[in-house]
Design a protein around this ligand. Structure first.
Ligand SMILES: NC(=O)c1ccc[n+]([C@@H]2O[C@H](COP(=O)([O-])OP(=O)(O)OC[C@H]3O[C@@H](n4cnc5c(N)ncnc54)[C@H](O)[C@@H]3O)[C@@H](O)[C@H]2O)c1
Ligand SMILES: O=C[C@H](O)CS(=O)(=O)O
Length: 489
């Protein structure tokens, strides 16, 4: 069925790239391959095995077996290994970042930032593992003693997206291991090498063989095994709402637990008492990070009428300074989009808005660096009814809407089936509280465009997902509560 080999590191300079899957502690392939390309150049940079249900089943069995020992270890013993993973990631940050940029396209500086962010989850949950406290509850009867234990949920099947090839994995793997769980991961077929590199580091750090597995291949086939295999107790998914909905439907047949980190459509509101320069800085940071390909990117901007023209002018000046290029080149701010389909969606949103009366202030076209590059674009006079306000663009496009009354902005912000992140800039404390309490979102950046950290709960409401990742809440996603009612004579 496959060939197991201990050494499969390929490529010069990237001493972390592996082209085989990690199953039951072995590096394996089956002779069927899927190519992976560099989004900046289109060049093939490697290949990964195209595995299916039999190999996925083998991985699940191995994880269930290894979990028996892992869950029985004291939390501080698990913590030592998690901290070691973090250290190894930090030591290999340059190689990991180069690999991440090669397969995903983001600027190297952002890739280094993602590796540090990804490693931070192992540091954080290594500590949280030791604080998974249970409870002793005063008995409801004289002869009863009541206790609550926290125990690992079981083998977790994880499925992750391409836009953060490291952090979206470790935001699941770290708490799962901290809780005592095993995991089988299917990374995105577009950015598999970072996942395989993390598997190699986890193995080197001492994660028991078979506990953590990485399978690549047909997503629907691997996903079907995840959903139908009774040994899988939880599905942890990060990706589009459409796929999340499919997995939720599939999980229903055996009531598998779910964590869903799904799509976003973040509003970015600038009230007329805001610090305009700070608001523009935050807008650039939130909108154009990863070329606009993050789930928490500002997707639509609502600017109060009294400052609208001034904001447009300042924003245009800032956007004009963004440099498009290969993420591996120093000085690049905006790398390529992941594929041509992503470019087509950005163009569709621009054409739809312009066709309905919006004006292109800056950009609006592809970039000369290649078919997947797009110029950072700014639209003004955007109105409700344009696709760019309803759909997640996932590209370097900022549409600016004018509003008059505060309540209008909050109503427009909430007019979406999504509710992951939102942002607003204001200085009046009453206005801040009204907006913070009124906006339907799991995360709100107030006078900042950057909100992500391992210490805070990350997740959305409405169709942006279920559950939270990071923070002390992130560990609970991988723990079950067991209530003990002890009768004493
Ligand atoms: N909320 C968050 O934390 C968060 C973080 C990152 C990305 N996202 C969202 O992810 C999306 C972009 O990522 P993407 O394009 O990789 O999303 P996607 O849903 O297309 O793919 C995500 C993962 O699901 C897999 N997949 C696809 N179809 C499947 C199926 N039928 N069964 C099992 N697995 C399947 C893919 O192979 C990939 O590994 C955006 O909507 C973005 O907002 C959300
Ligand atoms: O794309 C979604 C990620 O969760 C963004 S972040 O790295 O957490 O900000």
């Amino acid at each position: 069925m496959w060939a197991a080999s201990q050494k499969n590191v390929v490529g010069k300079g990237n001493d972390v790239k592996r082209e085989q899957c990690f199953i039951a502690g072995n590096w394996v392939s089956n002779g069927e391959w899927v190519s992976v390309d560099n989004p900046a150049t289109g060049a093939i940079i490697g290949r990964i095995p195209s595995l299916g249900r039999p190999e996925t089943r083998k991985a699940i069995e191995a994880s269930a077996q290894a979990m028996q020992d892992w869950a029985a270890r004291p939390a501080n013993a698990r913590a030592v290994i998690l901290q070691r993973i973090a250290s190894l990631m930090e030591q290999r940050s340059d190689a990991l970042a180069a690999l991440l940029t090669e397969e995903q396209g983001k600027p190297l500086a952002e890739a280094r930032g993602e590796i540090a962010y990804a490693a931070s989850f192992f540091q954080w949950f290594g500590e949280e593992a030791k604080r998974a406290y249970g409870e002793v509850i005063p008995g409801h009867m004289a002869d009863k003693r009541l206790f609550v234990l926290k125990q690992p949920v079981g083998v977790v099947a994880a499925i992750t997206p391409w836009n953060f090839p490291a952090a979206m994995i470790t935001r699941k793997l770290a708490p799962a291991l901290a809780a005592g769980c095993g995991m089988v991961l299917k990374p995105s077929e577009l950015t598999p090498f970072t996942a395989l590199a993390i598997a190699g580091i986890a193995d080197e750090a001492g994660v028991p063989k078979g506990l953590f597995n990485v399978v690549t291949g047909d997503a629907a086939e691997i996903g079907a095994e995840f959903l139908e295999n009774p040994a899988v107790r939880k599905i942890s998914f990060t990706g589009s709402t459409a796929v999340g909905r499919l997995l939720m439907q599939g999980a229903a047949s055996s009531i598998k637990k779910l964590s869903l980190e799904l799509g976003g459509n973040a509003p970015f509101i600038v009230f007329d008492d805001a610090d305009l320069d700070a608001a523009v800085e935050g807008a650039i940071q939130s909108k154009y990070r990863n070329a606009g390909q993050t789930c928490v990117c500002a997707n639509r901007f609502y600017i109060q009428s009294g400052i609208y023209d001034a904001f447009v002018e300042k924003m245009a000046a800032a956007v004009s300074r963004l440099r498009v290029g290969n993420g591996a080149d120093p000085g690049t701010d905006i790398g390529p989009l992941i594929d041509e389909r992503a470019v087509a969606k950005v163009k569709r949103h621009i054409d739809d808005a312009a066709g309905k009366g919006a004006r292109i202030v800056l950009g609006g076209t592809g970039a000369p660096q290649g078919p997947r590059f797009f110029t950072p674009t700014l639209l003004r006079d955007v109105k409700p009814g344009m696709d760019v306000l309803r759909e997640e663009t996932f590209g370097p496009l900022a549409p600016l809407v004018k509003f008059d009354a505060d309540a209008d902005a909050i109503a427009m912000a909430n007019d979406s089936e999504f509710g992951l992140a939102a942002y607003f800039y204001a200085r009046d404390i009453n206005r801040i509280w009204r907006a913070a309490e009124g906006i339907e979102s799991g995360i709100i950046g107030i006078n900042t465009g950057l909100i992500s950290t391992e210490v805070a709960p990350f997740g959305g409401v409405k169709q942006s997902g279920i559950g939270r990742e990071g923070s002390r809440h992130g560990l609970d996603e991988y723990l079950e509560l067991k209530y003990l009612c002890l009768s004493v004579a």
